[in-house]
Design a protein around this ligand. Sequence first.
Ligand code: BTN
Length: 267
Amino acid sequence: MSNSNILNIELIKKSLKTIDIARSIIYLEQTTSTNDIAKKLCSEGHHHGTIIIAEEQTAGRGRKKNRWLSIKGKGLYFSLILEPPVSSNVQLLTLGAGIAVANAIEKVCSVDSRLKWPNDVYIQNKKVAGILAEAISKRNESFKVILGVGINVNHDKRDFDDEIARIATSLKISSGKSVPREQVFVEFVSELAKIYSEIAKGKTSIVIKYWLDKALYVDEEVVVETENTSVVGKFIGLNDAGAMLLKDHNQNLHEIWAADVVRCRNI
Ligand code: BTN
């Protein structure tokens, strides 16, 4: 697979042709945000197994209304449309996508990455990938999840401004060489397909176990900042649905479903 600056989309399609969650792959040279395009396509009747991948995003979005740096030809920016069985949940899919990113990185670059709850992938304390999951639930229509994934692949340090350089890395920076984006994408989709089928069969404990095996801060003291408050406690694991379990100093157990920042207390 090539290191060129333009994705070899035919090669990607050929490599993924038997994979159910990648039935239709739509390639865009430039777009605002692949999540926004995926939402539009859902409303036009596109279903499970559509992936929108862009060479460049002009309005890439992250969580908390952050922007996602989406420089042309450097990263992977894509969104999957999935229709999970009703019983499974968005949180588990987000965790599953994190595992798939980490496994793809390991396979293609032999670099160890870690997962930070709920949806960040880190290499040596710097963020390399993020996931933005958005649920679409409309009357008389099947429940859909848009799973947006951004991976910093061939960014050089000079591609990041000073603020981003402090917190972000890329596969090229951490492995010391250019990385074929096609290969990372194909491995990601193949890994996610395996995890998705476990989730669809209700085998959620396997997903939780895989995730915890790669997690940052387990058994450590953390501060979790939710929308209204912050909780300090020991990160003791996840519940069956992927919520974070925190034990505070009074031994009270907190189930955290959505938090903006999770960090070690003393850093
Ligand atoms: C985060 O870490 O805050 C989530 C980042 C998600 C970025 C990806 S890039 C592809 C997709 N389209 C977007 O606008 N965002 C997601």
